[in-house]
Design a protein around this ligand. Structure first.
Ligand SMILES: [Zn+2]
Length: 260
């Protein structure tokens, strides 16, 4: 019996490894934007979308960004996110250990329009730099696998807000500028749904944009801010809150501590 269980576990592990390798190779083969994303944009967002023009625009844009650390930026909708709107502006870090940052086709269409924009206030490209910085900060953080319930949600909120501070710092923008770009490019366009994206309850892993922007007023992840987020998530376990402070709280003048 024990041998059968061991063999089954081995087979599951090999299957997971094959899936991981398959996904890695398919991401690796994408030249900036996937065929499926191109088709989606031409069909739903912009019939005149020109892939080569888009690639050269993104090349130029990425030359200005110096914190990517060999990560590849690609535009497509990952298999685990099919249900969410492909036209919205979302980004992901991909699977653990993979040097890739994924943006939705909606981002590609919006940046593509910017490439024709002439006199532009640069809000969408600034927002793009902030989101890249946010996702890169996620890559530096530890993932909490064995946390459940409110503690899991609280750690998720802390990860998001601390990555927001990372995004602001890496992009070299002020919190006010990021707020302006976010209001203009996402919250005004996508309305109340995005403004309330996340939750005011403790049931979802992302705090609302309104909550996040309020936290930015602290300027950095202070111990007081970690305390407040723990309280807002309904955490009464002081030891857990102290552990979160050791991981996420930043010193006044220093750069962001590596979480973990
Ligand atoms: Zn995030």
């Amino acid at each position: 019996m024990r041998d059968i269980v061991m063999i089954l576990l081995m087979l599951i592990l090999i299957a997971l490894l094959c899936v991981y390798l398959h996904i890695s190779l398919s991401w690796h083969s994408i030249d900036v934007i996937s065929l499926e994303a191109e088709e989606f944009i031409r069909e739903k967002l912009d019939p005149a979308f020109d892939t080569e023009r888009f690639r050269s625009y993104i090349d130029k844009l990425l030359q200005r960004i110096d914190f990517l650390d060999e990560n590849k930026v690609i535009f497509f909708t990952p298999f685990y996110d099919r249900k969410r709107s492909q036209s919205s502006l979302n980004a992901h870090t991909g699977l653990p250990g993979q040097k890739v940052i994924i943006f939705t086709p909606g981002w590609a269409a919006r940046l593509y329009r910017e490439s024709f924009a002439g006199k532009s206030d640069g809000a969408i490209t600034d927002l793009f730099a902030f989101v890249l910085g946010h996702e890169m900060t996620h890559k530096e953080q530890r993932r909490f696998i064995f946390l459940f319930g409110r503690k899991r949600v609280c750690a998720g909120w802390l990860r998001e807000i601390s990555s927001d501070f990372g995004g602001i710092r890496k992009s070299g923008l002020s919190a006010g500028r990021v707020r302006f770009c976010l209001e203009k490019e996402i919250l005004e366009r996508e309305g109340r749904r995005q403004r309330r994206y996340g939750s005011k309850t403790v049931l979802r892993p992302h705090p609302t944009w309104e909550y996040r922007m309020k936290c930015w007023e602290s300027g950095r992840m202070t111990r007081e801010l970690v305390d407040k987020i723990c309280r807002d998530c309904g955490i009464i376990d002081r030891r857990f809150c102290d552990r979160m402070k050791r991981i996420y709280a930043e010193k006044p003048a220093g750069s962001m501590r590596r979480a973990g």
